[in-house]
Design a protein around this ligand. Structure first.
Ligand code: MN
Length: 228
């Protein structure tokens, strides 16, 4: 059937070491999944069920690179996160089956307009403008599980202009990758192409135009962005 508008190419992320791409369907993010970050946001870390928010799928920035400092904020924050790429979906996925749904893993940054997020929290309003803006999800190539295995305890880190700002371990996640998959699939049917941002360790902070942000996760390599 003829479309009345040009159909945009589906967003995709390169698969590490190949010419193939991973097509992105939806992006889900989990909030406050490391105790240190929960504390720095003024919240007591606990094992209350995780909460989720989304980003539009076309905000991914494959391989990072130059990112335009977004409008309407004066407090843009970095949050380095392990990203889970889903190959097999479903509803109510048991924890014991969850890792079988994973295609691979990547390093991502959940860019956040912290000032707009604070205002949203204050007013009980949604987080969309704080979290879901253009270019708000830079992401490294995805490494397939067949290459990197499942990641449970490696280092996760981020630096700004060569100064380390975040360093944690994936083992510090309050909700593990299989638990995140099980929880979210109780609310929505996961499907092939979904990306899950799994939360950030302590040390988030602001960046300004001209800043170079590097981050990485053991076993996955690095991601770099330059704010312009
Ligand atoms: Mn985050």
């Amino acid at each position: 059937m003829e479309s009345v508008l040009p159909v945009p190419a589906p967003p995709s992320v390169p698969v590490h070491g190949t010419a193939a791409v991973f097509p992105v369907r939806r992006i889900y993010c989990i909030g406050r999944n490391y105790a240190g970050h929960a504390r720095e946001m003024g919240v007591d870390p606990n094992r209350e069920p995780p909460f989720f928010f989304g980003k539009p799928h076309d905000v991914v920035v494959p391989r990072g690179g130059e990112i335009a400092y977004p409008p309407a904020t004066s407090n843009l924050h970095y949050e380095v996160e392990l990203v889970v790429a889903i190959a097999r979906g479903g509803r109510d996925i048991p924890v014991s089956d969850a890792l079988g749904c994973v295609y691979g893993y990547a390093v991502g940054i959940d860019l956040t307009r912290r000032d707009l997020q604070a205002r949203s929290k204050e007013k009980g309003q949604p987080w969309d403008t704080a979290k879901g803006f253009d270019q708000s999800a830079p992401i490294s190539p995805i490494t397939p599980v067949s290459v990197c295995g499942h990641l449970e305890s490696g280092a996760i880190w981020l630096s700004v202009n060569g100064l380390e700002k975040q360093r944690g371990s994936l083992s510090q996640m309050i909700w593990s990758v299989p638990e995140v998959i099980a929880h979210i699939s109780g609310f929505v049917a996961l499907a092939p192409g979904d990306l899950l941002f799994t939360g950030t360790p302590a040390g988030v902070g602001p960046v300004v135009a001209g800043d170079r942000v590097r981050c990485g996760i053991d076993g996955l390599g690095e991601l770099e962005i330059l704010l312009v």
